[in-house]
Design a protein around this ligand. Structure first.
Ligand code: FAD
Length: 472
């Protein structure tokens, strides 16, 4: 019998994998992953994602090997790599789970048409979202532009389909040649900046399942109250696992409902935002580059490389923003509340384009995701669909005092401020000289003065918004 190829992409798992289940029902299997940097254009995977991918592929290869199937690695344009493996193995079918990025979707349709034209069986599946974006339409048959009705429609659909079990037996086809993962150079070498990532994360399906079980047991019940505590463990930290879809959102849904019932809904609603941003990306392919609110095409952004660099390096003089940016650099992650404050600081306090921030996040986040990243940046900048209003400007001091009241987060990531009393930790420039001296802080030397004054920056942002409105 001619072999069937399963083309793995952002579905690096065995559990609830519809393409794998379809492919294994009969024919011997070829498991293939293609690193296609050429088709990614400007959105070639960033450094932190490449680190994650290396370990995730290594974990998937080990899981497949336990079932007797080698993971074949190829590099280059996906269409050419697949054609080559079809020719080398004599495969009669190709199966994959869809990636909901408009560029990939266009290319995949062509691959599908070409392979079918050559007489192969080709099927694709939804393995990464709760609901198929093409099915999500409002009563007028239009796509959703606002989150709440979108989420209501998702819930009214009665929840997603139940997840499929992982296969316990696979039948391997004779294996074609494979690249060596180590030769792909996905890991940083000189310098090796990944130590913080290694300390913070363990990529792969088993780790994703363990993290979910741990969260679903008890923490999910307190999620609504605890998620905003920046230094705490209130959120699930599943985002990189969900980006690479080492665990399917359907599996997350099923496990959360099973352990928490309706009390799990506040958590599932966040998965709803993930769905919503993917839905928006599919219907607005330009979302990563261009504001969905077209008035922002004429927004008077500033050009200020040194302010941008201070933001990237966590040297703005606002402790919460700096802790957030340093957490990102060190661990490849940033708490959601901290993301909102740091992003708002870039676009509103510094008046720098949201696209600059999205690019930096793209390179440094282990969960960098085209839909979630650009959707959230547009939300914060006030230029997206269903976005925070532009005139709402986060105050980084008050946000710090509310969501990191004892300064534990700042102390951890901005150690030069660790000796400051909680009362001053989010506003060191207001601390009396003797307090700073006792804590070993010399502003302008050991830690910067604020690079902008909050009130003046807020007024400047609102004026820029008015200028845009007047000219639009
Ligand atoms: P939890 O609170 O445990 O939420 C569970 C899951 O729901 C997350 O893993 C994630 O998949 C999803 N989710 C939660 N919040 C959001 C949200 N606001 N939007 C979309 N999905 C959400 N998330 C990414 O996955 N990739 C990104 O590139 C990304 N960039 C962001 C950029 C900015 C400026 C902001 C403000 C947010 C961004 N987010 C991004 C959303 C959010 O910050 C992270 O998903 C969340 O912090 C991940 O932590 P968690 O897994 O503990 O989340």
């Amino acid at each position: 019998m001619a072999p069937a190829i399963v083309w793995f992409r952002n579905d690096l798992r065995l559990d609830d994998n519809p393409a794998l289940m379809a492919a294994r029902s009969g024919a011997p299997l070829v498991a293939l992953y293609v690193l296609d940097d050429d088709s990614a254009g400007a959105w070639r995977m960033g450094g932190a994602s490449r680190w994650w991918l290396h370990h995730s592929l290594s974990s998937l290869a080990a899981d497949l090997a336990r079932l007797g199937v080698p993971l074949i690695l190829r590099r280059g344009r996906a269409e050419l790599a697949i054609e080559a493996v079809v020719a080398e193995t004599g495969a009669g079918a190709v199966y994959w789970n869809r990636v909901y990025d408009p560029r990939a979707m266009r290319r995949d349709s062509e691959i599908k048409a070409n392979l079918r034209g050559c007489g192969l069986t080709v099927e694709s599946f939804n393995g990464s979202l709760l609901f198929e974006p093409a099915h999500m339409r409002n009563r007028q048959g239009e796509t959703f532009k606002v989150f709440s009705p979108f989420w209501r429609a998702c819930l009214a659909a009665g929840g997603p389909p139940a997840p499929l079990p992982a296969p316990t037996k696979l039948n391997a086809a004779p294996a074609p040649a494979s690249d060596r993962l180590d030769d792909w150079g996905l890991l940083p070498k000189e310098p090796d900046w990944a130590r913080g990532l290694r300390d913070a994360w363990k990529p792969g399906e088993a780790s994703a399942r363990a993290r979910l079980s741990d969260f679903a047991k008890i923490r999910v019940l307190d999620y609504k109250n605890a998620r905003d505590c920046i230094a705490g463990q209130g959120a699930s930290r599943l985002s990189p696992h969900l980006h690479f879809v080492e665990i399917s959102p359907r599996r997350v849904w099923a496990e959360i409902i099973q352990s928490a019932g309706e009390a799990g809904l506040p958590y599932l609603r966040e998965l709803g935002w993930r769905e919503f941003f993917h839905h928006l990306l599919v219907t607005n392919p330009e979302m990563p580059e261009r504001a969905l609110d077209r008035r922002f095409d004429g927004f008077p952004w500033r050009d200020d490389p040194s302010a941008l660099e201070a933001w990237r390096r966590g040297r703005t003089g606002y402790p919460l923003v700096d802790a957030a940016m340093r957490e990102l650099w060190l661990t490849g992650f940033m708490h959601n509340r901290a993301r909102m404050v740091a992003a708002s600081f870039l676009v509103k306090h510094l008046l720098l384009p949201w696209q600059e921030g999205a690019r930096w996040f793209w390179d440094t986040l282990v969960d960098a995701d085209l839909a979630n990243n650009s959707g959230n940046w547009q939300w914060v900048a006030g230029c997206g669909a269903d976005a925070a209003p532009y005139f709402r400007v986060f105050n980084p001091v008050l946000q710090g005092e509310k969501f990191d009241p004892d300064g534990a987060y700042v102390r951890r990531f901005v150690p030069e401020l660790a000796g400051l009393e909680s009362r001053w930790i989010h506003r060191p420039w207001e601390a009396p000289a003797h307090v700073l001296a006792a804590a070993g802080v010399t502003l302008g030397e050991t830690y910067p003065f604020p690079i902008v004054d909050h009130a003046a920056a807020r007024a400047r942002a609102l004026a820029a918004f008015e200028e845009m409105r007047a000219s639009g």
